[in-house]
Design a protein around this ligand. Structure first.
Ligand SMILES: Cc1cc2nc3c(=O)[nH]c(=O)nc-3n(C[C@H](O)[C@H](O)[C@H](O)COP(=O)(O)OP(=O)(O)OC[C@H]3O[C@@H](n4cnc5c(N)ncnc54)[C@H](O)[C@@H]3O)c2cc1C
Length: 388
């Protein structure tokens, strides 16, 4: 972890204690169960409550709204530690709850909306998800077809979402829907959907090629009735702008997940190649192994500095969409490369599910897809360079 120069000595000491206690929590509350959760395709809801009790959820939500009120570094430290330990499947959903949904409430929510959801989220009593993607609208978010029609003091929502992290477990869904289907992006609004509302239903937990401990689902809305005050911020037509403003933090946190996942894969490989023997010597002695590890370590260190610069920019309120896209692009591609090179150094054992390197490799793949694909990230970076 790079030094956090902007933190006071006291805050840095607190962050070290926070990280140590999170490591202990992982040893006792996560590691012994993780394989079972991967087989189950999701973590138990109670894990969120146990993390909430320790202050590991929504760490930078202010105390006034029921959160721990720590600097953003604490929330990112949760993703760092869990990613390095190889819990990428859980991190996928956890970062939605901790880092992606709270800013929507903090930046655009009414006081009543914040008061209702944030304390419960920080305690882990309510699990949050975000629903943008639809079967016909992924990269092209403007094409979304879910509608929300005003009906007296309610909205009636119809449509569906796909690939929603925390889809099985969520109590709150931040849902993108069109309140004015004829108005394009200006007709999109966000709703804070209580998933117990009539008309909300969950599809099955989708089978994935990696990130097995995270639940990912289709969600259906059939005349889903939500009260009018579920409209985020109370004004229609703001949804697209709100999403565009919040996507930089979402992309940065995926960069954090990527670089610390890559670091975890590298650490596991450094240990393995020193133990494994071939041709009468440790695999670590082959020049190919040494060069591969040296290159990977150099890539990860450079990437870590890039991600850290993004965190600093976010803290100052200066993280641009182009910078966040470049970070996500670079870090997710770096993790994919490093995990693949590391797996190769395990030989056949790398292909076995019981070796954690295989999990780093399968978990890594989706980082180049979710939160915006690498191709879309390149488009955004190019738009910053070329003006369109
Ligand atoms: C495990 C997982 C979890 C997810 N969690 C969530 C979630 O919690 N909430 C949510 O809303 N969504 C979630 N997603 C959805 C994810 O964000 C989308 O899958 C992603 O944005 C890509 O959209 P798509 O799948 O429709 O692909 P498409 O948009 O159909 O893309 C197909 C291909 O076309 C390329 N492409 C598309 N547009 C362009 C372009 N302009 N230029 C060049 N190439 C282009 C893409 O890069 C890709 O290679 C999740 C996805 C996965 C797999």
């Amino acid at each position: 972890m790079l030094p956090n120069h902007h933190l006071s000595d006291d805050a840095r000491a607190d962050l070290a204690l926070f990280t140590e206690s999170l490591e202990r929590f992982c040893d006792t509350e996560i590691e012994p169960h993780y394989r079972d959760w991967e087989r189950a395709g999701q973590v138990p809801r109670s894990l969120f409550a146990r993390m909430g009790a320790q202050g590991f959820l929504c760490a930078d939500v202010p105390e006034a709204w029921g959160g721990p009120g720590a600097p953003v570094d604490f929330s990112f430290a949760v993703v760092e530690v869990l990613s390095r330990r190889g819990y990428g499947g859980f991190v996928g959903g956890l970062q939605v709850h901790n880092d992606i949904v709270p800013p929507y409430l903090l930046h655009y929510g009414t006081d009543a909306q914040r008061r209702h959801w944030l304390p419960r989220m920080a305690r882990g009593d309510a699990i949050a998800a975000i629903g943008m993607t639809e079967p016909g609208a992924g990269s092209d978010l403007k094409a979304l077809r879910t509608t929300a029609r005003r009906d007296g003091d309610h909205y009636v929502i119809n449509g569906s979402k796909i690939f929603i992290s925390n889809g099985q477990n969520c109590d709150l869904l931040v849902l993108a829907a069109k309140t004015d289907p004829a108005a394009g992006a200006k007709g999109v609004s966000l709703f804070l959907v209580d998933t117990t509302a009539p008309g909300f239903s969950r599809g099955r937990n989708l089978e994935k090629i990696g990130q097995h401990a995270g639940d990912t689902s289709e969600l259906f809305f059939n005349d889903l009735r939500v009260p009018a005050d579920a409209l985020l911020g109370g004004t229609e037509g703001q949804g697209f702008v709100q999403m565009m403003r919040e996507l930089p933090r979402e992309r940065l946190i995926i960069g954090v997940q990527a670089v610390h996942g890559a670091r975890g894969a590298l650490d596991a490989t450094v240990r393995y190649v020193q133990e494994r023997q071939a041709f009468g010597q440790a695999v670590a002695q082959f020049q190919n192994t040494r060069f591969t590890l040296a290159q990977a370590a150099t890539d990860v260190a450079a990437c870590e500095a890039f991600v850290r610069a993004g965190t600093e920019a976010l803290r100052r309120g200066e993280l641009s969409p182009e910078a966040a896209s470049a970070i996500k692009l670079h870090a997710s591609e770096c993790m994919g490369r490093v995990a693949d090179q590391c797996l190769q150094l395990f030989g056949g054992y790398g292909y076995m599910a019981e070796y954690p390197i295989s999990r780093f490799w399968t978990d890594a793949r989706v980082l180049r897809i979710y939160g915006g694909t690498s191709e879309v990230m390149k488009e955004l970076v190019a738009r910053g360079l070329l003006g369109r």
